[in-house]
Every structure is written in structure tokens, then in C-alpha cells.
Design a protein around this ligand. Structure first.
Ligand SMILES: *Cc1c(COP(=O)(O)O)cnc(C)c1O
Length: 394
């Protein structure tokens, strides 16, 4: 057994990230500036997006996406119950109404049939907010089809989906069949994500919408307000909106620039770990390992196991306790939105409305997955899981 605790998703930070942060500190310019603009441009080029805006979180990115699309009071936004709370909080922040639907059994992504039904029964629907859960893109063909037929916008929560592809196209780039649908995509650079800046996020989309979001991201100041302290700038600026304070500082972009350089190598390591998990844990009858649809390249942000209750004496909670006893971290992604008191009470949500998400939640756990994990770490995870299964199988 391991002598030290294996963390679930430690970051992999190289010397060049460290050096760039130090250089930034010594440069005399700490907030949004040249490094942030460079990070935006390099991220844009990497994903193939038409435009990109760096912000301080994916939550901020989704919030200003809604603002830029003019979604507010009296409007409804359809999203999934199987996500992190902030996906849904931002709809509340805009005083719009979140309409939650159930997910598909294989990917746990938002179910397009449920979306279509919700559009028909809900007045005032303006947008769909799918999540590319665990790094596996949602069924965007069906979602864009619904959006086009009903004149809706699409905001993608791509917090897990860097870099993921659907039909060979990177998430963040204009999607196949998305023509004519207003579309913005939000990425997260939170400490545990595939690319991290500690905290941070990026919004991609068409230049007009991204420009509008940029104004919302920095006090509603007119374009390039950050230049006001440089030789190119002037002290005069206009405020056209009651905007937020969501800009990314150069200190964060300094980390992001080098994380982006390392991203392909980090992803190769993620895929190698996933292949080992698939190969060893896929043989155990008591476990279900993740599946990937043929049109998808997953970003493999999370490796999800589902326990088979008919094959095991213990449930999910006890399974995670057993892992902790063996010094291996695990987590759950996610406690569905309908289980949280605020949303449950506000919208009278019941687990029976979300049978697929509820059923999956009760038997799911996420294994440690990070390019910072060594082969020994991965072997320890496999040993712990196998050992627990063998000791408790029916
Ligand atoms: C991490 C995460 C977010 C929030 O990202 P932040 O950058 O922390 O705001 C949103 N949605 C999902 C699915 C996430 O995992």
C-alpha cells in the first residue's frame, strides 16, 4: 500500500511556467496586458476559434456569454442536471430561469430528446447550455439542429473539453452544422483542469459576440480600456454597460502560455493512463468503464467508474472510503443540480424527474487522473481498486 496520499488531480507545472511568472513579476506589469493578449491569440489559434477572450474563470466566461447574448429576466435556458453548480448559477445571476433536463446513459451528457421536449413545454426559452462532461463532447449535431429550428443560442460549458474533438473539429472552433446559431464556448483553467492557470478561463466564439463579452468582462468599458495606462492609451474611456470584473491578469496568462505549449504532451500522458485503466479495470465485472462514441476524441478530463450494485457488496460511498484507507484519492462528478437544496426547493425538483442522472450519481466515482501521476501512482490506483473489488464482489 502507498505510504503517501495520492491526490486526485495535481497540476503539472514546469520550470518555464515558473520562470515566466517571475519575469512577469519583475516586468512591472501584473494585470491584463501583453501576455494575456498573447495567450488569447495562441489559444484561439490552437482551438481554431474565430475569437477568444481570457477571463478569470469559466464561470465568468459563461456569465458574460449570457450577458452578451442579452439573456436576462423572463428568459429560460435549458441545461443539464449533471454538472457543476456554477453552470446553473450563472443563469440565476442573469435572473433567467434554468430548465434542467436528464442525460444520456452512455456519456451522461445532456439528452437532446429531453431538450426538445423542454423547448416545447417551456415559454421564453432563449438558449441551450450543454456541458461536454468529462471531456466527451455532448451530441452537438442534435443540439444545433434543435437550436436552429427554434432560433436559440448555444453556450457550451467546455470546462472539461480542452482539447476535445467532434467529427475531427476541436471544441471551441465553429462546429459542424452550427451556421446561423449564436454560439459561445467557455473553457476553465481551474487548478484541476487539463490546462491550468491556477484560476482562469477563456471564452471563444464569433468576433462580434466575443467583443460584446469583452466589454462585459471589464466594467463595461469600451474596447481596449486596459491600454489606458500605457503609452498608447489615454486617460479617457467610456462606460457603456454595468460590466463585471472578470479580466485575466498577465500573472495568470504567464502560466497559461506555457501550459498551452505542454498541452499535447500532457494529453498524451492522460491517454496513456486512461489506456491502462481501461485495460486493467475493464476486466472487472463489478465495474463499468467509460465509453467513447466513434465521432469523438475525448479530452479525458475525468475517468469515471460506475459500480455495478448487483456485483458488489458495498456502495459508492464505502468504495471511496476504502480507497482513502489505501491512500488513494477519488471524487464524484457531480452531485446533480437537483440534489442541491437551493435548486431542489426553488424549482420543486425531484430525483424521479432525472432517473438516468440519479442512477448514475449513486454508483459513480472518478479516479485520480493527471499527467503529473507516475507509472507507480497509476499502478497504486489499479491495485487499490482491484483489491477493493476482489474483497467485496458478489
Ligand atoms: C470547473 C468547472 C466549471 C467552473 O470552472 P471555473 O473556471 O472554476 O469557474 C464549470 N463547469 C464545469 C463542468 C466544471 O467542471
Amino acid at each position: 500500500m502507498r505510504s503517501t496520499f495520492l491526490h486526485f488531480a495535481p497540476p503539472l507545472i514546469g520550470d518555464d511556467e515558473v520562470d515566466e511568472v517571475v519575469q512577469t513579476l519583475r516586468s512591472g506589469w501584473l494585470t491584463t496586458g501583453d501576455r494575456t493578449r498573447r495567450f488569447e491569440e495562441e489559444f484561439r489559434a490552437y482551438t481554431g476559434a474565430p475569437a477568444a477572450l481570457a477571463v478569470n474563470s469559466a464561470t465568468s466566461a459563461m456569465h458574460i456569454a449570457l450577458a452578451a447574448l442579452g439573456i436576462g429576466e423572463g428568459d429560460a435556458v435549458i441545461s443539464t442536471t449533471m454538472t457543476f453548480v456554477s453552470t446553473i448559477h450563472v443563469i440565476e445571476h442573469q435572473r433567467a430561469r434554468p430548465v434542467l433536463v436528464d442525460v444520456e446513459p452512455d456519456t451522461l451528457n445532456i439528452d437532446p430528446e429531453q431538450v426538445e421536449a423542454a423547448v416545447h413545454r417551456t415559454p421564453g426559452v432563449k438558449a441551450i447550455l450543454p456541458v461536454h462532461l468529462y471531456g466527451h463532447p455532448a451530441d452537438m449535431d442534435a443540439i444545433y439542429d434543435i437550436a436552429r429550428r427554434h432560433g436559440l443560442a448555444v453556450i457550451e460549458d467546455a470546462a472539461h473539453a480542452l482539447p476535445a474533438r467532434l467529427h475531427g473539429r476541436m471544441i471551441g472552433a465553429p462546429a459542424e452544422g452550427a451556421d446561423g446559431v449564436p454560439n459561445l464556448v467557455a473553457f476553465s483553467f481551474y487548478a484541476t483542469k487539463n490546462l491550468t492557470t491556477g484560476e482562469g478561463g477563456m471564452l471563444t466564439g464569433p468576433p462580434d459576440l466575443v467583443d460584446q463579452a469583452r466589454v462585459w468582462s471589464l466594467h463595461g468599458m469600451s474596447r481596449d480600456a486596459f491600454k489606458r495606462y500605457t503609452s498608447e492609451g489615454s486617460w479617457r474611456y467610456d462606460v457603456v454597460l454595468p460590466g463585471f470584473k472578470y479580466n485575466m491578469p498577465d500573472l495568470q496568462a504567464a502560466i497559461g502560455l506555457h501550459q498551452l505549449e505542454h498541452l499535447d504532451a500532457m494529453q498524451a500522458r492522460r491517454r496513456a493512463i486512461v489506456a491502462q485503466y481501461d485495460e486493467t479495470l475493464g476486466r472487472l465485472d463489478a465495474l463499468e468503464t467509460p465509453s467513447v462514441r466513434p465521432e469523438v476524441d475525448s479530452a479525458w478530463h475525468i475517468y469515471l467508474l460506475r459500480l455495478r450494485p448487483d456485483r458488489l457488496r458495498i456502495g459508492r460511498d464505502e468504495f471511496i472510503d476504502e480507497m482513502r484507507k489505501r491512500n488513494v484519492g477519488a471524487s464524484v462528478h457531480f452531485i446533480p443540480i437537483h440534489e442541491h437544496i437551493y435548486y431542489r426547493d426553488r424549482y420543486q425538483l425531484r430525483p424521479e424527474q432525472f432517473p438516468v442522472a440519479q442512477g448514475a450519481f449513486e454508483r459513480m466515482l472518478s479516479l485520480p487522473l493527471s499527467p503529473a501521476h507516475s507509472d507507480d501512482d497509476v499502478a497504486d490506483v489499479i491495485e487499490a481498486v482491484t483489491d477493493i473489488v476482489k474483497a467485496n464482489q458478489l
